[in-house]
Design a protein around this ligand. Sequence first.
Ligand code: HXC
Length: 260
Amino acid sequence: EFTHFTLEEQEGIAIFTISRPEALNALNQAAWTDLLNFAEYLEKAEHLQVGIITGAGDKSFIAGADINTLTGMVPMDAVNPPCTDLGQALILLESCSKPVIAAINGYALGGGLEVALACDFRIVSENAALGLPEVGLGLIPGAGGTQRLSRLAGIGIAKDMILAGRTLSAQEAVTHNLAMKVVPREDLLAEAVKLAKSLAKKGPLALRLGKQAINRSLDVDLKTALYIENLTFGMLLSTDDKREGTRAFIEKRKPAFKGK
Ligand code: HXC
């Protein structure tokens, strides 16, 4: 089904792993399309609750777009598939009704960091290196990096990374708000799965609307954003999940959410 990624599913969690060892998991055109297909699948698959994206091996998460692909590209390629598949995939992951975790096992450069920035959570292994080195290629990030990085971490560090080409270590990524935590490589996937399992226990509708309330607030003024929160909060008041969650608390038991 996928050219360069493998998909593994366990208990409602989809683990999507890129493997292109010959290029440090750089994303060629087929991999851009793989990501788009995964984003569409994750949204639609009713049995899935959380997505995890990671890379095979101990050296690299994704070392960017494949530079061999970039060399042949002309201006109109930027607005046509397959080039737009990557940007579209990241828009879909960002707006996905289910949370997505990036488990960053090494280099997350260029388009690789852009994939991670479109996820809701980022966990990094000790050897991770996060950067947007496009400026060294005479380019800028082309899949959301100039926008998502500054919104997540602030324009100061975004300019340091995008204009000065600074690469962050795993610990610096945490310091600058690009990642939640650093763990040893061998614990990385287990940490991501642990987080995914804890998310899967929460009310799916609350996850979905909470994610939307946060993401959509970035595009509007505060009063409108607070109104969006108020409306989504109000919607949740009508759900079976809210009845179950509040009742379970009062009855001192674990809730069993149904996503209704
Ligand atoms: C193609 C790549 C690659 C890439 C690594 N390789 N990154 N091939 N595209 N992005 C290949 C190398 O050519 C090499 O192949 C093999 O992987 C191992 O890499 P080395 O360079 O030998 O490893 P090392 O010396 O350890 O250096 C690792 C590295 C370096 C620092 C990550 O590979 C590097 O700088 N890579 C490029 C990173 C980058 O600029 N990414 C941004 C791309 S632009 P051979 O055949 O020689 O063994 C981008 C724009 C997105 O992402 C736009 C979206 C629309």
